[in-house]
Write a protein that binds this ligand. Structure first.
Ligand code: GLA
Length: 593
């Protein structure tokens, strides 16, 4: 049994192969984080070992069993909610009908089950009854009747615990959720630890950075509507001298592709509170009476044997229990992509010449990149008009795919379905489908706008348009691109609920990806976003392969591959070779060395 409830001490033990995570119910009411580290079979109740000294200027709860010394300002709360004395980073903040922002979650019940429930509408890890066990702790605010279910799914073999939170509004009034983190955990004795994350930019993604954990809050985030080139949704806290094989490491990875936040606050008690989830900046979810809200999933891994062990745990978990479909384990095709060879300057003849050469080199597949549809001869037109341009492919997509197949190569294709060009037939018909604030001239990025995926009609259009493309020819691979971030967040459908935009966009995208990947199980989907602008575990759940970067320089790529490997499995990271001198860096290289 990975999960044990010790009734006498009111403690939950979550055991993995090499670690334990312990939660204690203080007075049977308040879930506290008691321990996370090397395996520990028995732990005395926290009241017997924790210093209960109240700090000056800290409010106390006189109803607590430890009397006036038990102040929530110093307790390691398992899911800290704002307003009742804990003034550190909060996991939860809401506004109630009377304007109050006070939430007091207390224990109601718990359930331990084999397996793992799916997360409604969101990507998540999965596992059968022998692979994973789940603890669900139900809390409730007695006044507002807001219920919170804390989910802990223990993947014993991989020293990993997947966490998420489900909110259920059992009250009579609507509740405005301003923050609902996927994970909050107080790491005790964090003095001298380091904060590690993966930072970058276009063509320089996921470089490893480590810095000493300082008093206060250290945080990374994205406000882009995608996880972003700048900060990957992964952080780790690690022992100062930890390296690949030595030291304690606590790793956190979000299974989410939208705006996120992840950080740690080191407090005066030398606890580091790690919080991660949807970015609470510009977030507000109107939780109607009787409805539920599901947070994305966060996965925590503990390693006492350095970063290498942590990486291997993430790799195994994500390869075996997140990726799915035909290509989960299958060897990936070697492909030639025409983008850097031609950019927009190509016709069928040029493409066939590339394909013939590729066949001689024993390459498996030709991928036709941007510019094959909607009269798109440069990046100013055509996004949204998903029919092949006759001047480029005179026999259509099917005719061209057949010619490629006849040469003995598989055929793959590039699409950018979330976007719309102002110069397109789609825009002429549906200008209101482009994300924009009606009071401002919309910003362009790469001459394009983003489609409003908060609108179910737009999602249906994308599903339908892509279904037509994917079934029109013998397509074995799809490169799903996304070349701009979202600005002027506004959907006419959302009325005064605009702060739901970012998350609703992601829910729309996930629905589209779920439908299409189920509908086309034989296609290998590769996700790309101007290179690596949306490399995250959310996308990995649907597309088992990333276009890791637009930087194909052999030297730069070593750093990008190394950073990406921190938590992404090797077989999910596309690797490129391109011509010399390199198009991005002008560096010369030689395939022999
Ligand atoms: C993005 C991708 C490139 C290429 C172009 C096409 O930048 O990262 O690989 O597909 O779009 O426009």
């Amino acid at each position: 049994m990975a999960i044990i409830f010790n009734e006498k001490n009111n403690q939950f033990y979550l055991h993995t192969k090499n670690s334990s995570y312990i939660i204690e119910l203080l007075d049977g009411r308040i879930p506290l984080h008691a321990y996370w580290g090397k395996s520990l079979k028995n732990m005395p109740p926290m009241g017997e070992w924790k210093s209960t000294q109240s700090a000056t200027m800290t409010p106390v709860d006189t109803g607590m069993p430890w009397g006036q010394f038990a102040c929530s300002g110093s307790l390691p709360l398992e899911y800290p909610a704002y307003g009742t004395g804990d003034m550190r980073e909060t996991a939860f903040l809401a506004k109630y009908a009377d304007g109050s922002r006070t939430t007091r979650f207390e224990y109601v019940s718990h359930k331990i089950m084999r397996g793992k429930p799916a997360l409604n509408g969101l990507p998540a890890t999965y596992g059968n009854e022998t692979e994973v066990e789940t603890l669900i702790i139900t809390l409730c605010d007695a006044h507002t009747k807001l219920v919170t279910e804390l989910y802990y799914s223990v993947f014993e073999k991989y020293d990993a615990i997947a966490r998420s939170v489900r909110l259920i509004n059992n009250g009579k009034s609507n509740v405005l959720i301003n923050k609902a983190a996927s994970v909050s955990v107080d790491i005790h004795g964090a003095d001298g630890m380091e904060f590690m994350h993966l930072y970058g930019w276009w063509a320089r993604e996921r470089h490893i950075e480590r810095a000493p954990l300082i008093e206060g809050i250290q945080k990374i985030d994205s406000k882009r509507g995608a996880s972003g080139h700048q900060h990957n949704p992964f952080i780790a806290l690690l022992q100062k001298n930890a390296d690949e094989t030595y030291g304690e490491v606590y790793g956190f990875s979000l299974v989410y592709s939208g705006s996120f936040e992840a950080g740690a606050e080191l407090d005066i008690y030398r606890n580091a509170r790690v919080t991660a989830g949807i970015n609470s900046f510009d977030f507000g979810w109107n939780l109607e009476s009787g409805s539920t809200f599901q947070t994305p999933e966060a996965v925590m891994v503990y390693s006492a044997e350095g970063l290498g062990k942590m990486s291997r745990c993430f790799h195994s978990l994500y390869r075996n229990n997140l990726c799915r479909g035909k290509y989960q384990y299958a060897e990936r095709p070697v492909l030639v992509n025409n983008w850097e060879a031609t950019y927009f300057d190509f016709n069928e003849e040029k493409l066939l010449a590339i394909a013939e050469k590729a066949k001689q080199l024993d390459i498996d597949m030709l991928v036709l990149d941007d510019g094959w549809f909607g009269g798109r001869t440069d990046d100013t037109t055509g996004l949204g008009d998903w029919t092949a341009s006759p001047e480029i492919l005179p026999d259509g997509l099917k005719g061209f795919a057949d010619k490629i197949n006849a040469l003995g190569l598989d055929f793959g294709i590039w699409v950018e379905p979330e976007m719309i060009s102002p110069k397109s037939e789609l825009y002429r018909r549906h200008p209101d489908w482009a994300v924009r604030n009606p009071d401002y001239t919309p910003l362009l990025q790469r001459n394009q706008y983003v489609l409003d995926l908060c609108n179910p009609d737009v999602c249906e259009f994308v599903i339908d348009a892509m279904t037509k493309v994917f079934s029109s020819a013998n397509i074995a691979y799809v490169k799903w691109d996304c070349n701009r971030n979202i600005t002027e967040l506004y959907s006419p459908l959302l009325g005064d609920r605009q702060k739901e935009f970012s998350h609703r966009y992601m829910l729309g995208l996930y629905r589209i990806l779920q439908t299409l990947t189920e509908r086309f199980p034989k296609i290998l989907f590769e996700s790309c976003a101007a290179g690596g602008n949306r490399v995250d575990m959310g996308m990995l759940c649907y597309a088992p392969q990333f276009w890791a970067s637009d930087n194909t320089d052999f030297y730069d790529r070593v750093k990008i591959q190394e950073g990406t490997l921190t938590c992404y499995p090797q077989n999910t990271i596309g690797a490129h070779v391109s011509r010399s001198p390199n198009h991005q860096t002008l560096r010369r290289s030689n395939i022999e060395n």
